[in-house]
Design a protein around this ligand. Structure first.
Ligand code: SF4
Length: 252
């Protein structure tokens, strides 16, 4: 509970199970601007989705609790995750990401259309440093910092099995590095800069280190312009999965 009395990010001493964490994230109302936006979008809808009941709440992470690889995005899309209630589900960015995950052998199907579509991830979990859809896909630094305790909690809970993380885009990179530090991994100083294909090892004084990879975000701006191609995405996913010890399908 945050000081306003509204549900908010947790005290990081409190470590519930992942399902409980997901449930508590879904009830968070700590960022007034984002609460207003996500709920307004859910009321007004996009014409193409006029018949849908939008989720309109924070979107928790998706994937098994013993994941070895964590993919960190930016924030849910207004008519994607904010509509369907699942990360990268129901939008073009998700189409690109899940097709690549399927190609590499980390997902049960190449599409992700709605929460009940049967999609399973194999050893992979997908989350975001900001769990609510922001206007213009741009959370403020204050909103990013307010949401960070949720990511720290998720990292603590995944830590026994987590061996690699793939961060999509510079915003997620900046947001995630402090969370990795708070969760017990050592981030080098000066902090490593984001770049596509960057690979950094984050040691942990009391356990296994974490292989950290950077990848351009799967946004339409990047995929439509060819800045990020399916081959580039599959290549970095393949590397991160290998570092995490996950079996993969041979790349096409
Ligand atoms: S962005 Fe995060 S901290 Fe802010 S309201 Fe959403 S879930 Fe809560």
């Amino acid at each position: 509970m945050d000081p306003s009395g509204l549900p908010g990010p947790p005290d990081t001493q409190d470590l519930p199970g992942l399902l409980d964490l997901d449930r508590r994230i879904a009830g968070c109302r700590a960022c007034p601007r984002l609460v207003d936006w996500r709920e307004e979008v859910a009321r007004t809808k996009r014409a193409a989705f006029a018949d849908c009941t939008y989720w309109g709440r924070p979107v928790p992470g998706f994937g098994p609790p013993d994941a070895r690889l964590l993919i960190v995005g930016l924030a849910p899309a207004a008519h994607g995750g904010n509509r369907t209630g699942r990360m990268f589900t129901g939008d073009r960015s998700g189409d690109v990401l899940y097709e690549a995950l399927y190609d590499v052998g980390l997902a049960s199907q190449p599409t992700s259309t709605h929460a009940g579509d049967g999609l399973e991830l194999y050893g992979v979990r997908i989350t975001a440093p900001v769990h609510c859809a922001p206007p213009a896909n741009k959370p403020t630094p204050g909103e990013r910092d307010t949401c960070r305790p949720w990511l720290v909690q998720e990292l603590h809970l995944l830590r026994p099995t987590l061996r690699a993380a793939l961060v999509l885009g510079a915003f997620g990179w900046q947001a995630a590095l402090p969370a990795f530090t708070e969760a017990g991994w050592t981030v080098p100083r000066p902090r490593p800069a984001f770049a596509h294909g960057t690979h950094v090892m984050l040691p942990a004084p009391d356990g296994d280190g974490l292989h950290l990879y950077g990848c351009f975000h799967v946004s339409q701006r990047n995929t439509f312009t060819g800045r990020l191609t399916p081959d580039m995405l599959r290549e970095v996913l393949h590397a991160a999965a290998g570092a995490a010890g996950l079996p993969t399908r041979k790349q096409r």
